[in-house]
Design a binder for this molecule. Structure first.
Ligand SMILES: Cc1ncc(C[n+]2csc(CCOP(=O)(O)OP(=O)(O)O)c2C)c(N)n1
Ligand code: SF4
Ligand SMILES: [Mg+2]
Length: 351
């Protein structure tokens, strides 16, 4: 059994958002993942982010590949569009869907195996093309679904549950996203909802390729001594660069941050990203500094979390290819079959 339907009954006075939806309207089926799996916490954060942003569930399309992480879209946004692709192929299916209908909000959910192993090429091209999406990797360093083999993000020297040592160099998805041109790059930890929820909200408000690497311990195969993706390891080595809130412009803005500690970034949809800098030297608007900071902290054994880089004026794939605003399935015959004269003009332009 892959899912269990949730009982319809719920408390009559659940809080509602501006659309009149409760939290339950953003949930999916009952999770069948192992109790304590980090992926379930990420699902809860996605539900909370969409509830708080007052998103209409039918405007969201959630896409994933194969893995425990890629199963999770069944457990949130039950009233949204969903597509479970072949292993590692989520990015190209999402790219196609986005080109066909730019009115939907695209959420790609994947695993470290799905995106850093078999799907590495797919991941790279979706990011470098600036597909307008939030791409979340639920990163546990193993193939959880197929019994805990090391994935390509497993740290060198980390130990499997059976005691094997990983000798390969890990792929840092965050460093790679920066190199590939992602215009929003963040990292968080499944056990840190206070950081993760605003990060997802900010990613959803961003126009362009937003990438979030979320360390998500696998309680079955990667939560033991010697693992660098366990709850204890990440808690001990976490270095948060900033704290952020996403403030919708419809809300009265009541910010109580001390002067000089806040960077406000206007997003394309009008929402404001407010960064509270814990480290005065950290500047999330510099790609080069983000890369240097990551590597310097990594050399000290620290896992940097927070919003590492954002370009608030980023464009996306639609801008680059000049695609039509109207979803393709709403175009009429006149637009789809422009006739002989138009064909001749195109052919002449290619000669
Ligand atoms: C083409 C193909 N190759 C291999 C598999 C077997 N397989 C299923 S899930 C998976 C790895 C999943 O790992 P990850 O994406 O990290 O997800 P997790 O289970 O750790 O959340 C593999 C190798 C498959 N389903 N399809
Ligand atoms: S095997 Fe690991 S990743 Fe899969 S559901 Fe269990 S704890 Fe989560
Ligand atoms: Mg994994």
């Amino acid at each position: 059994m892959t899912f269990i339907a949730k009982p319809k009954l719920h408390h009559p006075n659940l809080p509602t958002n501006r659309l009149g939806f409760t939290h339950r309207d953003y949930e999916g089926s009952v999770s069948t993942l192992c109790a304590g799996c980090g992926h379930d916490s990420i699902s809860a954060a996605i539900i909370q982010a969409c509830f708080e942003l007052d998103l209409e569930p039918h405007r969201i399309a959630k896409l994933s590949g194969i893995g425990c992480s890629s199963k999770t879209p069944t457990y949130f946004l039950g009233a949204s569009h969903g597509f479970n692709t072949v292993h590692g192929r989520m990015p190209s299916v999402l790219t196609g869907a986005s080109l066909a209908n730019r009115e939907l909000i695209y959420l790609g959910v994947s695993g470290d195996g799905d995106s850093a192993s078999i799907g590495l090429g797919q991941y790279a091209h979706a990011i470098r093309r600036g597909v307008n999406m939030v791409y979340i990797v639920e990163n546990n360093g193993v193939y959880g679904l197929t019994k805990g083999q090391f994935s390509a993000t497993a740290d060198r020297g980390s130990k499997s549950k059976k005691g094997a040592i990983n000798h390969d160099t890990p792929i840092d998805m965050v460093g790679l996203a920066l190199l590939l041109g992602a215009t929003f790059v963040g990292r968080s930890f499944s056990g840190d909802k206070d950081q993760l929820v605003p990060l997802i909200k900010a990613g959803l408000a961003h126009k362009g390729a937003a990438f979030i690497d979320c360390i998500s311990p696998c309680v079955q195969f990667n939560n033991h001594n010697g693992s660098t993706k366990s709850f204890d390891y990440v808690r001990e080595h976490n270095e948060a660069v900033n704290r952020l809130d996403v403030i919708s412009p419809r809300d009265e803005i009541t910010v109580d941050y001390a002067p000089g500690q806040t960077v406000k970034v206007q997003q394309h949809d009008g929402s404001v990203l407010s960064l509270h800098k814990l480290n005065d030297l950290y500047n999330p608007s510099s790609r080069a500094q983000a890369l240097g900071y990551l590597q310097a902290r990594q050399a000290r054994g620290q896992v940097v979390t927070g919003l590492l880089y954002v370009d608030p004026n980023a464009g996306d794939l639609h801008d680059a290819v000049g695609s039509v605003d109207t979803p393709l399935n709403q175009l009429g015959e006149a637009e789809l079959v422009p006739g002989q004269a138009a064909l001749e003009r195109i052919n002449a332009g290619l000669r």
